[in-house]
Design a protein around this ligand. Structure first.
Ligand SMILES: NC(=O)C1=CN([C@@H]2O[C@H](COP(=O)(O)OP(=O)(O)OC[C@H]3O[C@@H](n4cnc5c(N)ncnc54)[C@H](O)[C@@H]3O)[C@@H](O)[C@H]2O)C=CC1
Ligand SMILES: O=C([O-])C1=[NH+]CCC1
Length: 315
């Protein structure tokens, strides 16, 4: 009989996980995922259970990577909350198992992992798809994902200007005051978007908030919100005119309203670009439609657990 699982909660995950480890690790994982010809990476399309009474969904996200020896599942609930609600809009918990015997080795906070791995994957998309001379970054939204995207994008790239848009000027100003570097607050989405080289949309909107008419030709858009088949962040024209990259084709056609409702063609997975199977069309306007994957959580959880074991061995 195996012992009880260790519990690794948010402050420890935050201490143990570093973008400098996460970004190269996830780049490798995205490439492995897109090699559909081997059994190394197994990730079924996630299951979504509607929580109708509470205006939310529970996603179950299992993943197995045979060669890495990592088996995990994340349970994440997300809700449509009224603005200003004191309740969290997303809560995630991750179970890390030993694939040899099936016991749960660790129960981890999944929130920090979700914030960091999503931002790390967007940063990989920007590294692959933005123009080398990119100078202006715009972030739509001021929530958890906006913060983690700000952190990794300013750690990895030297933007000359960072902008943030929120539906209220007050929230945009509060965001600017809470981050370490200079950020310009905008109360007009159009003004924030026009002229930007990279635009990250991390809102909880269910309707388009970013329109092709505002997007500079050759810009790169990382669209992170709108993770239900009837939710949108981008308009049809942008989706149809841009070259669309995704994390998982199966996920995108099942879950992304921006892909499904616009009828846009998916050009490639990020992993195809990493594997050299599809080109990175940096000179074109590109959209990376992110939905999130169980393998990203699995690899992140393994990094946390390995560091936790190292720390425990030193105690
Ligand atoms: N692609 C992925 O892997 C993941 C995607 N997500 C999605 O990313 C989005 C942001 O997540 P969090 O930052 O954790 O949420 P959050 O609740 O912390 O922040 C949401 C932000 O969206 C803004 N917002 C809400 N309704 C809006 C509307 N109608 N128009 C414009 N802005 C609006 C809020 O003011 C807030 O700034 C969500 O849609 C979430 O489902 C979350 C985790 C992973
Ligand atoms: O991948 C993820 O964890 C999520 N995607 C959308 C909401 C949560």
């Amino acid at each position: 009989m195996s012992g009880p699982p260790v519990v690794i909660w948010a402050p420890a995950v935050k201490r143990l996980l570093r973008y400098s480890d996460l970004v190269p690790c996830l780049e490798e994982v995205l490439g492995q995922f897109s090699h559909r010809d081997n059994a190394e990476v197994l990730q079924p399309v996630r299951t979504a259970v509607p929580l109708r009474k509470h205006h939310g969904f529970m996603l179950s996200m299992p993943a197995y990577m045979e060669n890495r020896g990592v088996l995990s599942t994340k349970l994440v609930c997300f809700y449509r909350r009224e603005e200003g609600s004191p309740l969290p809009s997303t809560q995630a918990t991750l179970l890390l198992l030993d694939p040899r015997v099936g016991n749960v080795k660790a129960v981890m906070d999944g929130d920090v992992i979700t914030h960091m791995r999503t931002a790390a994957v967007s940063a990989i998309s920007a590294k692959l798809l933005m123009r080398p001379e990119a100078q202006v970054l715009t972030i739509f939204g001021t929530g958890h994902q906006a913060r983690s995207h700000y952190e990794v994008f300013t750690e990895m790239f030297a933007f000359k200007e960072v902008r943030v848009w929120s539906r209220t000027r007050q929230r945009a100003d509060a965001f600017c005051q809470s981050v370490p570097g200079p950020v310009k607050a905008f109360s007009s989405a159009e003004e924030a978007a026009r002229g930007a080289d990279v635009i990250v949309t991390v809102t909880r909107s269910t309707e388009p908030v970013l329109f092709r008419a505002w997007v500079k030709p050759g810009a790169h858009v990382s669209a992170v919100g709108a993770c239900r088949p009837d939710w949108r962040e981008l308009d049809d024209v942008l989706m149809k005119e841009a070259v669309v990259y995704v994390d998982s084709r199966e996920g995108a056609v099942a879950e992304s309203g921006d892909v499904v409702l616009s009828g846009a063609e998916v050009f490639a997975e990020l992993g195809d670009v990493i594997n050299g199977v599809k080109p990175a069309l940096r000179e074109k306007t590109t959209v990376f439609k992110s939905l999130g994957m169980g393998v990203q959580d699995a690899a992140s959880a393994q990094l946390v657990f390995q560091r936790w074991e190292t720390e425990a061995g030193q105690r």
